[in-house]
Design a binder for this molecule. Structure first.
Ligand SMILES: *[C@@H]1O[C@H](CO)[C@@H](O)[C@H](O)[C@H]1NC(C)=O
Ligand SMILES: *[C@@H]1O[C@H](CO)[C@@H](O)[C@H](O)[C@H]1NC(C)=O
Ligand SMILES: *[C@@H]1O[C@H](CO)[C@@H](O)[C@H](O)[C@H]1NC(C)=O
Length: 377
C-alpha cells in the first residue's frame, strides 16, 4: 500500500516537472492502454524488489526524457537491476556492462522565415531509427543542414548554435527496440562485409571478424547475441539502447533537452505533428525513400531466428514462412526474454508494447506501472 502511494506521488511529480514541454510531457503522462484484469492482480510480483525496479524504470524515463544529469546514473542502476533476470534467462553468469557517458550526434539547421519563422531545429540522431532519413528531409526543408559529431561537439555546437539560436527546438525519432536491434545487427554485418571486400575505406568489425559461419546463418547470429550480452558488441551505436542517446554529456554547458520524440513506425504523421507544433508552414510530406541504408533481409532473418523472435516478419520484412516457424518457438526464446530485460528501459521510456513471449511476472508488473502491455502480434 505504502509502495503504491509512493509511486502515485512520484508519478505526479513527473508530470509536474515536464509540463513545459508538450510532447515529452505527453509521453510522461501517457496512459497507452488498459492492462488485462488478470495482469493487474499479481500478488507474486508485489515484492519490494520489483516495485523498486519498476520505480527505477520510471525514474529513467523521467530523467532521460528530460535530459537531466541523472539520466546516466539512473540507466546504470537500471542495468544492474535487470541483470539478474538477464543472467537467469541466459543461464550463465556475466558481468553487467554499464552504460557509459556518451555524446550523441546532432544535425541542426535554421529554417527560412517563410517556412518556419527562422527557427533553428536540432535533430538528435538516434542510430537505426530513421536518423538519416530525418536529416535528409530536414535538409530538403531548409536547403541545408550541419552535422555536429562527437568530437566537434563543443567547438561546433557551443560556439555556433547554442548561444545564438532563436527558438531552438530539438526533436528525435525512436523505433521499436527489437526491430531496431535486428536492423542494427544487419547493418553491422553489411558494413563488415563491405570492409572485408574493400568496398569501403574502413576496417572490418573486430568482433564480427571472429564470428564463424556465414552472415545470414542462425549460428552466427547466436554468436552475435552471446557477445551482445558481454559488451553490447563493443558498445556499438547501432544496437546501443536508445535511452542512452538522451544522456547529457558531462561538462557540456550547452545542451538542448529533447522537446519532441517521434516514432519511426509513424514517421510521416509524427513529422507533420512536429512541424505543426512549431507552427511551420509546410505542406511537403516526409519522404520515406530518403536516407535509407541498404542491408540484407537474410541477415535480419537469421538474427530473428537465433533469438526465436516470433512475429518479427511484421516489422523486419521477413517472409511469411519464416514468420510461421518462428511463432511456433515463441514461448521458449531465452534470448528474446533476455533482450527484453536489457532493453526494458527503452520499452518503458518510449512506450512500446513488449513482444509476445516477454511475460515474466515481474516484467509484466513493471509494464503495468509504465502503462505498456504485451503485443498480441
Ligand atoms: C499511467 O496511467 C495512469 C492513469 O492514466 C496515470 O495516472 C499515470 O501517470 C501513468 N503512468 C505513467 C508512467 O505513464
Ligand atoms: C549568430 O548568428 C548570426 C546570424 O546567423 C551569425 O552571423 C553569427 O556568426 C552567429 N554567431 C555565432 C557566435 O555563432
Ligand atoms: C523522395 O526522395 C527520393 C530520393 O531522394 C527522390 O528520388 C524522390 O523523387 C522523392 N520523392 C518526392 C515525392 O519528393
Amino acid at each position: 500500500m505504502l509502495a503504491r502511494f509512493v509511486i502515485a506521488v512520484f508519478a505526479t511529480l513527473l508530470v509536474v516537472a515536464a509540463s513545459n514541454r508538450d510532447d515529452v510531457a505527453a509521453m510522461l503522462q501517457q496512459s497507452r492502454k488498459d492492462m488485462e484484469p488478470s495482469q493487474l492482480q499479481m500478488t507474486q510480483a508485489d515484492s519490494w524488489e520489483n516495485m523498486a525496479l519498476g520505480r527505477l524504470m520510471l525514474k529513467v524515463k523521467e530523467e532521460c526524457l528530460s535530459s537531466t544529469q541523472l539520466c546516466l546514473p539512473a540507466l546504470i542502476e537500471a542495468r544492474h537491476g535487470v541483470w539478474p533476470y538477464v543472467q537467469a534467462e541466459l543461464g550463465k553468469e556475466l558481468k553487467p556492462y554499464e552504460p557509459r557517458s556518451f555524446t550523441a550526434d546532432f544535425a541542426s539547421t535554421r529554417l527560412k522565415d517563410e517556412v518556419c519563422h527562422g527557427k533553428t531545429f536540432f535533430l538528435l540522431h538516434v542510430w537505426k531509427a530513421v536518423g538519416w532519413g530525418a536529416m535528409q528531409n530536414l535538409g530538403k526543408l531548409a536547403g541545408t543542414y550541419q552535422r555536429h559529431n562527437l568530437e566537434a561537439w563543443h567547438n561546433d555546437l557551443l560556439a555556433e548554435d547554442c548561444q545564438n539560436v532563436s527558438h531552438p527546438s530539438t526533436f528525435t525519432f525512436v523505433r521499436n527496440p527489437l526491430a531496431r536491434f535486428i536492423s542494427g545487427y544487419a547493418q553491422l554485418e553489411h558494413y563488415h562485409q563491405e570492409a572485408m571486400e574493400h568496398r569501403k575505406n574502413f576496417p572490418p568489425n573486430p568482433v564480427l571478424n571472429h564470428l564463424t559461419g556465414k552472415p545470414g546463418s542462425v549460428g552466427r547470429a547466436k554468436q552475435f547475441l552471446d557477445r551482445f550480452f558481454v559488451d553490447g558488441v563493443l558498445r556499438d551505436g547501432h544496437v546501443r539502447p536508445q535511452s542512452k542517446f538522451f544522456v547529457k554529456p558531462y561538462g557540456s554547458k550547452c545542451f538542448l533537452a529533447v522537446d519532441f520524440v517521434g516514432k519511426t513506425e509513424n514517421v510521416v504523421e509524427d513529422w507533420k505533428r512536429f512541424l505543426e507544433s512549431q507552427q511551420c508552414h509546410v505542406i511537403t510530406q516526409f519522404n520515406l525513400t530518403k536516407g535509407r541504408h541498404e542491408n540484407s533481409i537474410g541477415t535480419k532473418q537469421a538474427l530473428a531466428d537465433a533469438a526465436e523472435i516470433g512475429g518479427a516478419s511484421s516489422f523486419v520484412e521477413l517472409q511469411s514462412a519464416a514468420k510461421e516457424s518462428m511463432e511456433a518457438q515463441l514461448f521458449q526464446g531465452a534470448y528474446l526474454r533476455a533482450l527484453c530485460w536489457l532493453y526494458l528501459v527503452d520499452y518503458v521510456m518510449f512506450s512500446y508494447d513488449l513482444p509476445r513471449g516477454c511475460d515474466h511476472p515481474h516484467m509484466l508488473h513493471i509494464a503495468h506501472l509504465a502503462n505498456i502491455s504485451v503485443s498480441d502480434s
